[in-house]
Design a protein around this ligand. Structure first.
Ligand SMILES: [Fe+2]
Length: 270
């Protein structure tokens, strides 16, 4: 139950399916800076994905200042804002036009961000793909049969990837975790990246269950996380701002074709 005071604080808009909320700017000339940050966060926590459309984008210092009011920012070697663009000779699949399998942000850091925000500086042509896909891991867990939940509860996955972008190394994470704000059980899982198909491959070792059960763990996760009943696909329009709740969701990207001018900016709030 959302408490009444929180409901009051939520931004009004249109509900997206199967989750998410779209908020159109109520007047021309408004920017993200006109959205009270506590309402932005409360709406995102409730809807899991918040799409703001028609609000002007902020430049880098303004975006940092706005998000700093929401919480501590993740800092990387490039700073706080990652420019997702297609590079000529990328070492990592984030910087080409292929798909990005499901993962959560912060798997390689001590702390995972609570929220991340994208500004779409330049979207893809209509029909060219490049959608960001969000899977509601809390709902996938909630709807799974008890025997499968028990199996997931006994499973830890070790991930290994080379440090070719801003992350990498070896990390282990239990498949299930408690959402730090809502207390719900959520799934933390990053899909494997086959070296034959992806730059910067990601290797998984499943620990806990038997080897047959390990195969079942991965097959069930792959099938259930991609079930359209749990996935919101955001087709980007230039100028969109999307805020996502990192702990409840996994996310990835569809491949895109045509122009390679797609440009997104991402900032993460702890
Ligand atoms: Fe990500």
């Amino acid at each position: 139950m959302v408490n009444p005071r929180l409901r009051e604080a939520l931004l009004e808009g249109t509900d997206l399916a199967p989750f998410g909320r779209l908020v159109d700017a109520p007047a021309e000339g408004m920017t993200l800076a006109d959205v009270p940050v506590e309402r932005l966060l409360a709406t995102t926590l409730s809807a899991k994905v918040l799409v703001l459309r028609g609000y002007g984008l902020l430049d880098v210092p303004e975006l940092e200042r706005y998000c700093e009011a929401a919480g501590e920012l993740m800092r990387w070697e490039f700073g706080t804002i990652l420019d997702l663009v297609v590079q000529d000779d990328p070492k990592n699949y984030l910087f080409d036009s292929g798909d990005v399998p499901f993962h959560w942000d912060g798997a390689w850091s001590e702390r995972a961000p609570r929220f991340f925000l994208f500004q779409c500086v330049q979207g893809c042509d209509p029909g060219a793909g490049g959608e960001t896909v969000f899977s509601d891991a809390t709902a996938v867990y909630r709807d799974a049969p008890p025997a499968l939940r028990d199996l997931w509860a006994r499973t830890t996955v070790t991930y290994r990837t080379d440090h070719l972008a801003h992350y990498g190394g070896t990390m282990s994470h239990p498949v299930l975790a408690e959402h730090p704000t809502t207390g719900e059980t959520t799934i933390r899982y990053a899909e494997p990246l086959d070296p034959a198909q992806y730059r910067n491959p990601l290797f998984l070792t499943v620990e806990g269950p038997s080897s047959e059960e390990a195969v079942q763990v991965m097959a069930e996760l792959s099938e259930r996380l991609h079930d359209p009943r749990y996935c919101y696909e955001h087709a980007w329009r230039t100028g969109d701002i999307v805020v996502a709740e990192n702990h409840a969701l996994l996310h990835g990207r569809n491949r895109f074709t045509g122009s390679t001018n797609r440009h997104m900016q991402r900032i993460q709030i702890i």
